[in-house]
Design a protein around this ligand. Sequence first.
Ligand code: FUL
Length: 512
Amino acid sequence: MDDAVRNDDRIKTYISVVPSRVQKSIQRDNFNAFIHYGINTFADKEWSDGTLPPEIFDPSEQDTEQWVKVLKYAGAKGIIFTAKHHDGFCMWQTKTTEYSVKNSPYKNGKGDVVKELSESCRKHGMKFGIYLSPWDRNSEYYGTDKYDDFYCEQLTELLTGYGEIFCVWLDGACGAESDGKKKQEYDFERYYALIRKLSPNTVISNCGPDVRWVGNEAGCARESEWNVIPKLNVGAQVIMAASQQSEGQNMRRPVDILGEDLGSREFLKDYDEFVWSPAEVDVSIRPGWFYHKNQDFRVRSVNNLMYIYYTSVGGNSLLLLNVPPDRQGRINDADVDKLVKLGDRIRSAFATPVDVVSIEAPPHEASNKIRNVLVSSYNKNSFDANSFYSPAEIADSYEIIMRFKEATLIDKVQLVENVAYSQRVEKYSIYAAHKGGYVKVYDGTTIGFNRIALFRKPVKTDSLKIVIEECREKPYIERITAYASDKYIPRAPIKVVISRVLRRARSRRSGK
Ligand code: FUL
């Protein structure tokens, strides 16, 4: 077989890999909130060892309604709650252990935080998910054959007693060895099967098959995030090995979990089995995952949160933003202030899609549907596998020119591939009409299920040209929308700028 044929076969293999039903649902609702709240909150700790007395769990004004309203205003579509962190303290009325809210003063032992939060979520139209730490420092069964039964019983209680659970988030962190204990070998396949059986619409994240951890806790997304990646690079064992092993370990490294490039053609050529795998950027609004009073002045700035939003949600990844309630049981004013501004900024950034009056592009493979993807009245819920623009012929490159009613100050274009046809675009540029010609305003690699191409500075123009320069066969584009600038362009944190400059210098030196 000659190389061209083999290459062609490989590309056909890559584009045959597509998202599952549950992956599509979380890719659509790609910004969710994480809530770390539990016994640690009341002891000023990030990790505790399972011996803190339940009596200290005593919030004076716990208000799950407030959590949900603030997070919804910020733009999150769902909330994932620490039903149990590594300490083993259960935030619901469980029959599996005495180490729970049942033995706390909260509502005289009758409180159930999972229930309260799930009900508030339902009331306000937010999805509700759970974090149930596999590592349990309190359970007598941990490290024994009985632990998987115990863990499955906890999963069963949570998946059957609290309505629809949109996500189960399985953490890979484990410091059992520093406790002088043997690491439990979790039967993840059993957990997955149980979740699928009890709750087929649930997404299994992190140490799970549906969503892949980006690899750091610093809010760093990859510039080029690929969804079709080698099967070997995912899987609970890989995630666990890269996860936190000791308290205080610095997880704020730049992107890791096996590197920057997980899916370019060059990278994939050495592998034979591939899976669809969206990355999730999990990051806290504060230095800690749990609330600490002395961090009230260290809440991330709105500029920083917007930067994380653009690079994760806008970078073909998912965002999971942690917001920890304080000891009163409320989201602290310091965080509320930033979350309200974040919601306002997101809405203002996408408030004004620019109307397209005419389009020029290679003929569409189906009927005359190209306007569907370019008009501003796009409704993401109405799209199905048949909604796309795809050129009839495979070509070396594809040019799409959109003309607007009038010259408008534009700072971003949202691009979406119809991933029912996989992820195909590998390189593209955006040009703006200027003084009778076109000037380049953006160049990118991946698009995938969501790309916000944010220009370095806004440009006033009456026409944009998108050129797809490299692609697996031909593109299937679901959406292209240009937005009028609201004049706020978030700046990258200085550390990111420096590492980008160093990376570029390195690749110039190595001639790549
Ligand atoms: C880590 C944990 O050790 C942290 O406490 C936190 O829950 C974070 C989301 O995952 O691995």
